[in-house]
Write a protein that binds this ligand. Structure first.
Ligand code: ADP
Length: 452
């Protein structure tokens, strides 16, 4: 304004003084735009006073001689006040927009933090950090449920639409000014809504997982019923029919032998299936705790080779590296697992030889059961371990059509003994089931070398 007063001196030589009050307007506009209406109005009045004092005759006094100058001064004052007010309106609109943008940015950032992750609980830390950064406060924390404040920490409840407290925002006490207002008016409502959405999402995800688990266990039960009704009934029907036929008198010795071997075969098939069902139910009920003895894997595999389906013709070639140590495991369970693997390998390899390799790899013993059968498609390699899952080829592999239980039992027993089983396969060329069993340090050997 002093600048404007000074600038008017030279301008007076070019224009009538009454028209020069406009020189003050930029100053009034600037003050209003930067510092608000009160100072803007002050600037308008001060400008009018300066103009009157320094430039309107009589100069050096606040009186005015000519009434036309009164009009000029009044007009200037009105224009300056209106201009100042408008500048203030523009200023507050800009501030409002800026605040709105910050609000939207914060809400978006909070939504990103809370909803981007898989689980709400894990996202709370990062969300709280965003809030403390946005408000410029030293710390903030969010806890699910009801959190407690104390003399240094203020607990702000975050409620769902129905008023139930879902979580608590904890901030330091003594937040003042705009931060306190933003906290109350923006952060708490936005955060409450977002936490409610995030928790609802968690619940829906959990429900989906549960439904899937129920569906799967339902599938298992349906499959069990189907397996039991079909697989148990087929051999039973054959046995009953053979029994009836044996009872009729007029049979040749050859017919008699054929019928009695049918009874034995079907009976064995039935016994094997019942055994598998029992194994599976033990595993599923968690009653398959292994008896841990020191065992030779060589012996276990020999026994499994003998136990695996005699109806399958393939020859089994076995090689065991000399450095394979004894294992601490349940021999009966492992025998069952390997018998199932060998049975499959022999059944699916269509007469081609099956091989068994045993070697040591670090702290594990690796057993590979390799066949040259049809192999297993990539999409099936996990599913084949599910109980009652039968691949597309199982049905055609008569006469020993599978039950879909063999691999589930094998995996169950192997894992119960601390091992793991996976399959590698080149479809069309064969499959290789890979079993890894842990080696335990041998206490017997340690005792033998210890001084007596
Ligand atoms: P199954 O009694 O039907 O053989 P399993 O649980 O032992 O039941 O095997 C599940 C499915 O895995 C089989 O139906 C078959 O499709 C597939 N499978 C298992 N072993 C082999 C193998 N050695 N070669 C090809 N497919 C196999």
């Amino acid at each position: 304004m002093a600048g404007a007063t000074a600038a008017i001196y030279p301008l007076k030589l070019l224009a009538p003084v009454v028209s020069l009050s406009v020189v003050y307007l930029p100053a009034v506009l600037l003050v209003s735009a930067y510092w608000g209406l009160a100072l803007g109005l002050g600037a308008a009045l001060l400008s009018a006073a300066e103009f009157n004092f320094f430039h309107l005759p009589p100069v050096g006094r606040f009186t005015i001689a000519d009434s036309r100058n009164w009009v000029a001064l009044a007009a200037f004052t009105v224009v300056a006040v209106v201009a100042g007010t408008m500048a203030e309106v523009a200023r507050s609109r800009a501030l409002e927009a800026e605040r709105g943008r910050a609000e939207a940015d914060l809400a978006a950032a909070l939504a990103r933090e809370l909803l981007a992750g898989a689980e709400t609980r894990a996202a709370l830390g990062a969300t709280a950090r965003r809030i403390s950064e946005a408000l410029g406060i030293s710390s903030a924390a969010i806890v699910l449920g009801r959190g407690e404040g104390d003399e240094r920490r203020l607990a702000l409840p975050l409620r769902a639409g129905d008023g139930v407290q879902l979580a608590t925002l904890i901030v330091p006490v003594g937040i003042k000014g705009p931060a306190a207002q933003r906290l109350r008016e923006q952060v708490v409502p936005a955060l409450s809504a977002l936490v409610a959405i995030a928790l609802r999402r968690d619940a829906m995800q959990a429900a989906a997982v549960e439904t899937e688990a129920l569906r799967r266990s339902d599938d298992v039960k349906t499959a069990l019923l189907r397996a039991v009704s079909h697989d148990l009934r087929t051999p039973l029907t054959a046995i009953v029919a053979a029994g009836h036929a044996l009872g009729t008198g007029s049979l040749t010795a050859e017919e008699r032998t054929e019928l009695s071997s049918a009874v034995v075969d079907e009976g064995e098939r039935l016994a094997a299936l019942v055994e598998k069902l029992l194994d599976l139910s033990k595993l599923q009920a968690g009653r398959a705790a292994p008896r841990r003895d020191w065992i030779s894997i060589d012996d276990v595999l020999q026994a499994a080779r003998e136990a695996s389906a005699p109806a399958a013709a393939s020859d089994v070639r076995m090689s065991v590296d000399p450095d394979v140590p004894e294992l601490r495991a349940d021999a009966a369970q492992l025998e069952r697992a390997f018998a199932n693997l060998l049975e499959n390998a022999r059944r699916y390899s269509g007469g081609q030889p099956v091989s068994l390799h045993v070697r040591r790899s670090g702290s594990r013993v690796i057993v590979r059961v390799v066949d040259r059968g049809p192999g297993i498609e990539p999409g099936e390699r996990e599913r084949i371990f599910e109980p009652f899952y039968r691949g597309p080829r199982s049905a055609s592999a008569e006469p020993w059509a599978g039950s879909g239980l063999g691999l589930a039992i094998a995996r169950g027993f192997i894992e119960a003994n601390g091992g793991s089983i996976t399959v590698e396969s080149l479809p069309g060329q064969g499959s290789s089931f890979l079993v890894a069993l842990p080696i335990e340090p041998e206490p017997v050997a340690a005792a033998a070398t210890a001084p007596a």
